[in-house]
Design a protein around this ligand. Structure first.
Ligand code: DOR
Length: 434
């Protein structure tokens, strides 16, 4: 079974040039057979209209909520949301119920995710039950398929335990993805201090994040572990990571679209749609995150896709859970606000959303080339559409970007040769028309 995609333009990730090209895919083996013009006949042809062909995006930080919180999201709905956002691979965080802290639970997610709309890589817990007291069995979790370790949603509070975790992770060859939050400093507060004062709720101080990042960078140096810093949000954190990289510490870092594009100044009402952890910080922090992203201090875009039910988010700023959905809007947001505004080049953004996550986490994909995996995303750079949460495939509608006019919407996603998302395309044997 062969699939041919005609009418697209191929982005060269080294120089940013766009070349009209077709792509021939072996849908059974899930590989790209050829890229070029005058390709052979295929069983199915999809005709694009000048959309840009990219390697499928990879998000190393999503919450699929399954098992245990299926009212928020399931493996099926979360991977459909991923595909709609142009993603072909996602790493799911282990703060499920039960948490992913045993090899059996890691394998269960992998098995149930097979054949869904994106490849799912489980991240396993650092500590049993994410309780911060006893380490999990890293070797066994790795053998079961975990690609990283994290207690995401909580930081590991005990420094001695964290040092032991990093030493063992280095031996097991697994990155440790940290949710940096010293709870003695954050106090579980809802918003960054200025916004918290304005809206009369408890504050989460930025030093709660930066102090733990500083600690863990020092511990990564002492142990040789690969430290991955999740959702960086402060200017000080960016400086610390820049310092650590210059020193040769093995650290990678991610930034979310919301921390790049929003700051606490947007919070003009007591609406929990703005409540996320770490919080939206100051304009100066946002600019520093952007500068860090542009100069490569922050390596990757990750969404921290965190779906919650409407009822949960209606509980008000103090009581509602932290989190925003992100999978279905990440690329259009960053394309429109960073590439179209001239702050970053398209190929640079695509590398940060595809090639680099694949490389840093040892995943396949991340490049579009003959012989490579058929993980492909076609994006429409011409048409503007507003973010409409009612159309999301995710169960979560909790986005602060509703109504934003954006370009760069994914129109076609192919994961290992399977069509996982089409927007307004009608496919027929041998032909497809919009
Ligand atoms: O906003 C957040 N939501 N931050 C986290 O660290 C956890 C996540 C969740 O699980 O809802």
């Amino acid at each position: 079974m062969k699939l041919r995609i005609d009418g697209g333009r191929l982005l060269d990730l080294t120089d940013g040039s766009l070349t009209p090209a077709s792509v021939l895919v072996d849908a059974v083996r899930g590989v790209v057979v050829a890229i070029g013009t005058d390709l052979p006949e295929a069983d199915l042809v999809i005709s694009l209209r000048g959309e840009v062909l990219l390697p499928g995006f990879i998000d190393v930080h999503v919450h699929l909520r399954d098992p245990g919180f299926e009212a928020k999201e399931t493996l099926a709905t979360g991977t459909r949301a991923a595909a709609a956002g142009g993603y072909t691979q996602v790493a799911c965080m282990p703060n499920t119920k039960p948490p992913l802290d045993t090899p059996e639970r890691v394998r269960d997610v992998q098995l149930r995710a097979q054949g869904l709309a994106a490849r799912v890589h489980p991240v396993a817990c650092i500590t049993q039950g994410q309780a911060g007291e006893a380490l999990t069995d890293f070797e066994a979790l790795r053998a079961a398929g975990a690609i990283a370790l994290s207690d995401d949603g909580r930081g590991v509070q005990h420094s001695g335990l964290m040092r032991e975790a990093l030493a063992r992770a280095a031996r097991a060859g697994l990155p440790v993805a940290i949710h940096a939050e010293d709870e003695a400093l954050s106090g579980g507060g809802a918003l960054d201090p200025a916004a918290a004062r304005r809206l009369g709720v408890s504050a989460s101080a930025p030093e709660a994040e930066t102090a733990m990042i500083a600690r863990d960078l020092v511990l990564a140096e002492a142990t040789g572990a690969h430290l991955h810093v999740c959702h960086v949000s402060t200017a000080t954190a960016v400086s610390l990571i820049r310092w650590a990289k210059a020193r040769g510490i093995r650290v990678t870092a991610e930034v979310t679209p919301h921390h790049l594009l929003l700051d606490e100044g947007v919070i003009d009402r007591p609406d929990a749609v703005f409540k996320v952890n770490p919080p939206l910080r100051t304009a100066q922090d946002r600019e520093a995150c952007l500068a860090g992203f542009l100069d490569g201090t922050l390596d990757l875009v990750a969404t921290d896709h965190a779906p919650h039910t409407a009822e949960e988010k209606a509980r008000g700023l103090s009581e509602a859970p932290f989190g925003m959905v992100g999978l279905e809007t990440a690329f259009p947001l960053l394309y429109t606000h960073l590439v179209e505004t001239g702050r970053m080049r398209l190929e640079q953004l695509v590398r940060r959303m595809s090639t680099d996550p694949a490389r840093h986490f040892g995943l396949g994909g991340g490049v579009l080339r003959p012989g490579g995996r058929a993980d492909i995303t076609a994006v429409d750079l011409e048409h503007t559409r507003r973010v409409d949460p009612a159309t999301f495939h995710s169960k979560g509608r909790n986005t602060p970007f509703a109504g934003w006019p954006l370009r760069g919407w994914p129109v076609l996603t192919i994961c290992e040769g399977r069509v996982t998302h089409t927007a307004a395309y009608e496919m027929t044997q041998g032909e497809a028309r919009r």
